[in-house]
Write a protein that binds this ligand. Structure first.
Ligand SMILES: C[S@@+](CC[C@H](N)C(=O)[O-])C[C@H]1O[C@@H](n2cnc3c(N)ncnc32)[C@H](O)[C@@H]1O
Length: 282
């Protein structure tokens, strides 16, 4: 929707105000503008709007980063310490989503991707620190990996990390609701993202899954909250996933881990269809 010019100025001011706080200094401006545009129609004044935008950013992104992000130190460790997989495991503890996955990281990708491995190209949507799990993924030599999330300093760190790996990687800071990267890939990772998107717009999940230019999509849902509670969460998200894919007819396979429920969708019959089980039809 086009933004009137006076609102442009107001949104620019909101970007400056939100980025002046240390926590959101490196959030990409597009996300602040998107959230700001809706917030301006609902809040009485600028101060309230800034507070509301920061609350939203905390819920969708800030809350998952645990402790301080020490990108320079981590790069130093990655360059100087062995084995690299152990350093990666350490770094993965600094984002709640990957920390929760650590107890079963060795089997997570091996099991979910067995039917399509080795994987040649990946788009990791709203990646957090997940690209640091590359040593645990069944990738083809020289595989291509594109990762995106909201933070520019995270993207810089991941780009430096990629230079230390044998794969061809690229990280971008972008708001996937307005600037989704759309390279054709064998696999898109959409891990623990859909519940966050649906807080913004209930249609956003299906729209994202449809737009992804991927033969396969690994979707996952947390089955515990950040605080550790989980009663009924898995069943609720599973019902929602079935509702989302029902209209598409895409086959999928289901995988369950101690705190994460996954579905590998096969959008096209590309890849190795003979190795994919028929899956359930929605
Ligand atoms: C629950 S975490 C999942 C991280 C990662 N996918 C994983 O499972 O390890 C959600 C991530 O989505 C990112 N995020 C939320 N909204 C986003 C948006 N509109 N565009 C890009 N990234 C977004 C957050 O910064 C956060 O890193």
């Amino acid at each position: 929707m086009p933004v009137p010019s006076e609102q442009h100025d107001e949104l620019d001011q909101l970007v400056v105000a939100v980025q002046s706080s240390a926590k959101y200094r490196t959030i990409c401006p597009q996300a602040i503008r998107r959230i700001g545009q809706r917030t301006l129609t609902q809040r009485r004044n600028r101060k309230e709007a800034i507070k509301e935008i920061k609350n939203t950013l905390h819920q969708i992104a800030g809350a998952y980063l645990t402790g301080t992000t020490r990108y320079d130190l981590w790069l130093h460790m990655l360059r100087s310490e062995d084995p690299v997989a152990d350093v990666c495991r350490h770094i993965l503890t600094h984002h709640a989503s990957t920390r929760e996955r650590l107890p079963f990281l060795e089997t997570f990708y091996a099991e979910t991707l067995a039917g399509i491995a080795p994987v040649h190209s990946i788009l990791d949507v709203a990646c957090g620190l997940n690209p640091l799990a590359i040593p645990f993924m069944p990738l083809a030599p020289g595989a291509c990996y594109v990762a995106c999330d909201l933070f520019t300093d995270l993207a810089d760190f991941l780009n430096a990390f990629f230079t230390l790996t044998p794969i061809r990687g690229q990280a971008l800071a972008c708001d996937i609701l307005t600037d989704l990267p759309e390279p054709p890939v064998q696999l898109a990772l959409v891990l623990k993202l859909l519940p966050i998107l649906e807080q913004w717009d209930r249609q956003a999940s299906l729209q994202l899954l449809r737009r992804l230019n991927a033969s396969h999509i690994l979707v996952s849902y947390p089955t515990r909250t950040l605080g550790g509670r989980g009663k009924g969460m898995g069943a609720t998200y599973e019902a929602r996933f079935l509702e989302i894919v029902r209209t598409t007819g895409w086959p999928y396979r289901r995988f369950e881990f101690p705190n994460e429920l996954c579905f590998l969708i096969s959008k096209s019959s590309g890849g190795n269809p003979d190795r994919l089980e028929p899956g359930l039809m929605g």
